[in-house]
Design a protein around this ligand. Structure first.
Ligand code: PEP
Length: 251
């Protein structure tokens, strides 16, 4: 078994204009001038910036997208396919983010179809799962998360083409985080479910933690059992904050 290289991924959500390309440049300067980080770096800007950022990225930061349609092409006004994103340089696509599940009523079956489409293009899917505050309070965290995982991850998943992101909904953009012990517990349960389904390969999938990760808490969250990186929203918008999170992977 090989230990997976951690991934620190930024999700810019619906933020960023062409002037934001400067943040990519600043991040790449930090990465070049500071101690090398033992992790892979990714930024997922809005669709409008994917092409420009993929052209600008100098190699130390990969570029991805935040969603795609599950069909390759066709009569889907306003949608974007995985093939189109591949065409403009995206390497990863996030699917099943809780904001998509809530705002667009995406089900785990839809997420599964999107992830399979991403695999079909030879790209990597970041499949998000996570419980709401009500579900957590009702003691349903593991049931909800493992249920979403089972349906959302297609059979085509491998440790190379799929990353799991555990993102408790109540921790996203709120400044609240679970305890390190709680993160370790659910990540270990996710690992167990991946091993049960994919055998030895299940040990090599990266499982990211996401939800109010910032420079001040990244060290302890990234050190938790079965945490192989972070999915970062707000703190990925400014290169200096994102770089502070990457410090968790610098010695
Ligand atoms: C996210 O949207 O994936 C996220 C983790 O957001 P934040 O870091 O802002 O909580």
């Amino acid at each position: 078994m090989t230990t997976p290289t951690p991934l620190v991924a930024g999700n810019w959500k619906m933020n960023g204009l062409s002037s934001s390309l400067a943040e990519l440049e600043a991040l790449e300067t930090f990465v070049k001038e500071q101690a090398e980080a033992s992790c892979e770096l990714l930024i997922c800007p809005p669709f409008t910036l994917v092409a420009a950022m993929a052209v600008k990225a100098g190699g130390s930061v990969k570029i991805g997208a935040q969603d795609c349609h599950f069909n390759k092409s066709g009569a889907h006004t306003g949608d974007i396919s995985a093939e189109m994103l591949k065409d403009i340089g995206a390497e990863y696509i996030i699917v099943g983010h809780s904001e998509r599940r809530a705002d667009h009523e995406e089900t785990s079956d839809t997420v599964n179809a999107k992830a399979a489409a991403i695999h079909g293009e030879g790209l990597s899917a970041i499949v998000c799962v996570g419980e709401t505050e009500e579900e957590r309070d009702a003691g349903q965290t593991e049931t909800v998360v493992l249920g979403q995982l089972l349906v959302s991850v297609p059979d085509s998943a491998t440790p190379t083409n799929t990353v799991i992101a555990y993102e408790p909904v109540w921790a996203i953009g709120t400044g609240k985080t679970p305890t390190v012990a709680d993160v370790a517990e659910i990540h270990t349960a996710i690992r167990g479910a991946l091993v049960e389904r994919f055998g030895e390969a299940g040990k090599e999938f990266r499982i990211l933690y996401g939800g109010s990760v910032k420079p001040s808490n990244a060290d302890e969250l990234m050190a938790a059992d079965n945490v192989n990186g972070a999915l970062v929203g707000g703190a990925s918008l400014k290169a200096s904050d994102f770089n502070g999170i990457i410090d968790a992977y610098r010695s």
